[in-house]
Design a protein around this ligand. Structure first.
Ligand code: CU
Length: 660
């Protein structure tokens, strides 16, 4: 049943917000003509017939002070879109923040796709290449980010490396060692930390009466030599004295060095985590992660806990540690160890303890470890591979998505199928594929089987689930980070029920590395980002980050029929098994309905998208929507409810929050 008491409570802050929007700047919609377009094409793509068949693109240019290198995006349950850059893959911004404490160079904006209004939000730390996911209460959990930028061989001037700090004293206190803390080696060489480190006391565990074992605690910190001299190169396993630790404590609290070298440095992760409150439009700091993570994935378990998986740690090394966030205590605790490449595409399954790894990842990790798709039981830490995936070595920067129920079905049956699409070889490989493969997790022995090919072989394809049970494929480039201007401007609509795929309107803007897409509540699709290595075809000029936003209106928005309308409360709270009831227009024939969670996307990775079948019926000018009862199907949290009519036109979504 639809709960009015909660709905009213929820509604109020949204109305208060409207007042503040007046102060915001509004973006313009310039008419962007694709480079290749001639007047004939221009007229064609703007014609009603063409739009009705292929849809239509708009390109939004935000006012200059709000243009950011959007690497992360989230569809907030308020209807606005959070765009996050942090330092935005811009070393100057990172240095200004990291060395000079200039927090203003870190960027976040909130964009309203209804009005194109935009507002800046203070970013608390460098969230560039963090992980994010919606918690079941509607806050966006963001964890990790950047504590160090990559330095190539030859760019490193001061020998540097990792020191592991140990504390063997269980009766000590938690100690914080500020950025710049000095570490002195046995040979008298001094190094300084590049960031703050927090060291807990050792843990004492009573094993029987009067018998205890002490587990020392440790944390890692990246350090660099105080001078640019290779006399500071040092072997691993030297012991280091730590500034601020007294002679008396030094036996228990000390550093143990890794190699200090002038070798290439990888990007390094951060351990900060925040909840972004969509109503207050503010970051609220929560517990630090145990590990630093750059490029982690954050799957939400059925009970609402979140795992943080993979990422490069504070030393720039891929980690096999995982940890679990408890949204009640807002703290992290260690999970099972399991190695995946960075940003692994991990999906919830019908078993609350089992996640499915589709094979998609985005960025880093060894070639021969953790790349096989399969099931991972996070309770027992068992992993078992699945077979059949074609081009199994071409999965980096591919996209994966949970497919919607059978097209147009109104029987409440769900889909357990997952599709993987496109991808490239590992790193700067030229290998690229147009393969899509589909696996049905509800089969007794699930294996990947061929799906419909993409129009072009590409990496960095974005897949967006539409309310009409189609998958919209956009973006992508043929080569690594769009080298040779290898953009695939072509887009397509894939029907995963019939395996038909149809070419749609070309996107006027190329989207590759650091891009993504989101379904908007009004049925349009937002695309963002693109971070090319080079600007020109010959790979000679440095690339420029694409700051314009794309908005795609699918063909269903151009049908010359009356769009179905759901009238009544928005932001309703409901329970599994409830029937939601909305008034509707006389013209509306509701054929089926879908619940699609507002989701977040980065690096063409969006593991939150799914489309849930509900049973819809119509009586006395009302549309009734019967919600599923199974918590493994319909987890708590926000959903966008779309009703689709017999012409295949979806309504604008009503926001519904599923609660216990
Ligand atoms: Cu990145």
């Amino acid at each position: 049943m639809h709960n009015r008491k909660f709905a009213l409570k929820r509604g109020r802050p949204i109305f208060i917000l409207i007042g503040t929007i007046l102060a915001l700047l509004v973006a313009s919609l310039p008419l962007v003509v694709p480079a290749t377009a001639n007047l004939y094409q221009w007229n064609l793509i703007n014609s009603q017939e063409y739009k009705e068949e292929h849809g239509y693109w708009e390109t939004v240019e935000l006012p200059e002070e709000f243009r950011i290198n959007a690497i992360h995006a989230a569809m907030l349950p308020t209807g606005k879109v959070l765009l996050v850059a942090g330092s935005g893959n811009d070393r100057e911004s990172f240095d200004a923040y990291h060395n000079d404490g200039q927090i203003k160079v870190l960027k976040t904006v909130v964009f309203d796709p209804k009005t194109n209004a935009v507002k800046a939000v203070e970013t608390p730390s460098d969230l560039f290449c963090s992980g994010h996911t919606f918690l079941q209460d509607g806050n966006l959990l963001i964890a990790g980010g950047t504590s160090g930028y990559e330095l190539l061989e030859g760019e490193v001037t001061k020998p540097a490396g990792v020191i592991t700090l140990h504390n063997e004293n269980p009766d000590d206190k938690t100690r914080t060692f500020k950025q710049g803390t000095k570490f002195t080696s046995e040979t008298g060489k001094v190094y300084v930390s590049t960031r703050e480190a927090v060291l807990e006391p050792a843990h004492k565990m009573e094993i029987s009466e009067g018998n205890a074992v002490v587990h020392h605690s440790s944390t890692k910190v990246f350090v660099e030599a105080i001078e640019a001299s290779d006399s500071y190169n040092a072997p691993a396993d030297l012991k280091y004295k730590v500034e601020g630790v007294s002679e008396k404590d030094a036996n228990n609290i000390y550093g143990q060095g890794g190699k200090m070298t002038l070798e290439k440095q990888d990007f390094r992760g951060d351990n900060k985590s925040y909840e972004f409150d969509p109503t207050l439009e503010k970051y609220v700091q929560v517990g630090d992660m145990k590990e630093d993570r750059w490029y982690p994935t954050l799957p939400v378990m059925t009970n609402g806990d979140v795992l943080a998986v993979s990422g490069l740690d504070g030393a720039g090394v891929i980690t096999e540690t995982t940890e679990r966030y408890d949204p009640v205590t807002k703290k992290w605790s260690w999970g099972p160890n399991q190695e995946f490449p960075t940003y692994p595409a991990l999906f919830r399954t019908h078993d609350p303890d089992i996640l499915f790894f589709s094979g998609s990842s985005a960025g880093y990790g060894p070639q021969d470890k953790g790349r096989e798709p399969g099931f991972w039981n996070v309770k027992t830490d068992n992993f078992w591979a699945v077979y059949g995936l074609r081009d199994p070595d071409i999965t980096e920067t591919s996209a994966s998505v949970v497919l919607p129920p059978a097209k147009g079905s109104n029987d409440g049956r769900q889909s357990s199928r997952i599709m993987i699409a496109g991808g490239g070889g590992i790193g700067e490989s030229e290998a690229v594929t147009s393969r899509t493969d589909i696996i049905d997790l509800s089969d007794p022995n699930p294996i990947y089987k061929p799906g419909p090919d993409l129009i072009e072989a590409s990496r960095y394809v974005s897949l967006t689930v539409l309310p009409t049970d189609d998958i919209f494929a956009s973006g992508g480039t043929k080569d690594y980070r769009s080298k040779g201007n290898s953009y695939n401007y072509k887009t397509s609509m894939i029907d995963p029920t019939t395996y038909q795929s149809k070419r749609m309107a070309d996107e006027p803007v190329g989207r590759g590395y650091h891009s993504g897409s989101l379904l908007l509540p009004d049925g349009r699709v937002l695309t963002f980002g693109n971070d090319p290595l080079y600007k020109d075809e010959n790979n000679t000029k440095q690339g420029v980050f694409e700051q314009r936003i794309g908005i795609y209106s699918p063909p269903y928005l151009f049908k010359e029929t009356t769009r179905p309308v759901l009238q009544g409360e928005d932001s309703t709270h409901a329970k599994r098994g409830d029937t939601l009831s909305y008034r509707t227009s006389v013209m509306t024939t509701a054929k089926y309905a879908r619940l699609i969670p507002p989701s977040s996307s980065t690096h063409v990775t969006n593991i939150e998208q799914r489309s849930i079948g509900v049973v819809v019926s119509q009586k006395d000018g009302k549309v009734n929507v019967q919600l599923p009862t199974d918590q493994n199907v319909l987890t708590n949290g926000w959903y966008m409810l779309y009703v689709v009519d017999s012409y295949g036109v979806p309504s604008e979504a009503k926001m519904v929050k599923i609660v216990n």
